[in-house]
Design a protein around this ligand. Structure first.
Ligand code: FAD
Length: 389
């Protein structure tokens, strides 16, 4: 690596791109981003891809510093001892690794899910939902999962005139304050969505969802949004993971097994701090993972991480939304924005997330010496802006 320190970021989502861009600001650091596809996927728009109201693909040249080398490849194994990644196409060595592989759909949770339900966690999955909907304009739709993704896709499709049943599996979006929940329920019902709060999906068939109490909900297209899982790369590579497969780190995002591995985003499990998986935490954890690596390169002690939340913003179709305001620790408050204002805020958030990545990419032009002799960036992670999603 020509005397430079080689840092490889695995996963070019929100956390990985933010980390790579922050690392690219340091002199003497060669940054490589390995991502499974050649474009950045704005996952927070995937329900819109499914509904056909927006695209989610952004070219990396718009959000990634030109100082970062992009390698389109899939990492199959991390050889921590040898500091080498085995990929589909070969091997890649590293001095430091940022593990930011994100999340995907939860595995099969009921009979028939794999055969008949459509997950909605990746670009390909969203496009498959779209294709199925286009092929069956009059099909009844069941959405399983009453979290943010389930609510957003249910609203999006009902607004288009689809007959939609939302099977929540428990209380409608447990994250929300009761007042925010009521606003969302009102809007969903107003759009014609049948909201089944405590109903649990027990089986999916080609034409229905059978609930745990035996009730059959007619559904030709069942969209499954009940939970995320993470790739098993860390687990497969013999690194310490939590029960869901996320890489366990200390409070500086450093793997508890290896100082040369740092994690960020949905695939990270910082000890004693369990963050809600989301773009909001990913964009804050990415730069902090980078700062931890830069501290280690400089031989200084990395700072503990700090993530501040502003709330959760949900689109309810193309015209309205709800912004559930939270405490900084992510506890929902009684206050929320609603209606057209909520919708405008949500659209602003979707756009500003991409601007945030691009902003960090542009700043990579202003280098900082990784040995600690350069000026400390004014926006070091303690002042990281908070995007509320
Ligand atoms: C429909 C939908 C709506 C959402 N809306 C919101 C929202 O409004 N607000 C919010 O906060 N969150 C939302 N989320 C969740 C949010 O998208 C994720 O939490 C966020 O994308 C996590 O960012 P990340 O960088 O950790 O991982 P990701 O964005 O998942 O990126 C991970 C990247 O790693 C790559 N990768 C994985 N494995 C490998 C490998 N082995 N080798 C190479 N590359 C690999 C993937 O291809 C991907 O590019 C939504 C999710 C969905 C599906």
């Amino acid at each position: 690596m020509g005397g430079n320190t080689g840092v490889v970021v695995v996963g070019g989502g929100y956390a990985g791109v933010m980390a790579a861009n922050r690392l690219a600001r340091a002199e003497g650091v060669e940054v490589t981003l390995v991502n499974a596809r050649a474009e950045f996927v704005q996952r927070i728009r995937l329900h819109q891809v499914a509904a056909g109201t927006h695209e989610a693909v952004v070219e990396y040249r718009k959000v990634l510093s030109e100082k970062v080398r992009l390698v389109v490849d899939s990492v199959m194994e991390i050889d921590a001892r040898g500091r080498v990644l085995r990929t589909e196409k070969g091997v890649i060595g590293y001095d430091y690794l940022v593990y930011a592989v994100g999340s995907g759909a939860a595995g099969q949770q009921a009979p028939g899910v794999r055969e008949f339900a459509y997950p909605l966690a990746s670009l390909e999955e969203a496009r498959e939902v779209r294709t199925a909907l286009e092929a069956a304009p009059d099909a009844r739709v069941a959405v399983v999962g009453g979290g943010a993704t389930g609510i957003e896709i249910a609203a999006e499709l009902a607004e288009q005139g689809r007959r939609v049943t939302l099977i929540c599996g428990g209380v409608l979006n447990p994250y929300l304050h009761e007042k925010g929940r009521e606003t969302i329920r009102e809007r969903l019902v107003g759009l014609g969505v049948t909201v089944l709060d405590e109903a649990k999906a027990a089986e999916v068939t080609e034409t229905s969802v059978r609930l745990a109490d035996g009730t059959l909900i007619p559904s030709q297209i069942t969209v499954w949004t009940a939970g995320f899982s993470v790739p098993d790369l860390a687990l497969r590579s013999g690194l310490s993971t939590d029960a869901t497969g996320r890489l366990i780190t200390d409070d500086t995002l450093t793997s508890i097994d290896d100082e040369h591995i740092v994690a960020a985003g949905d695939a990270a499990a910082p000890k004693d701090a369990s963050y809600r998986m989301g773009c909001q935490s990913a964009v804050q954890l990415g730069p902090q993972a980078a700062e931890t690596v830069l501290s280690r390169i400089a031989g200084t002690q990395p700072a503990p991480i700090h993530v501040a939340f502003a709330g959760q913003c949900l689109s309810l179709g193309r015209r309205t939304g709800v912004f559930q305001i939270s405490e900084r620790d992510d506890t929902a408050k009684a206050s929320h924005l609603r209606g057209r204002t909520g919708g405008v805020v949500k659209e602003f958030i979707c756009r500003s997330t991409v601007w945030q990545l691009a902003f960090e990419a542009r700043k990579a032009g202003k280098s900082k010496n990784s040995k600690g002799q350069g000026e400390k960036p004014k926006d070091s992670h303690r002042q990281q802006p908070v995007a509320a999603h």
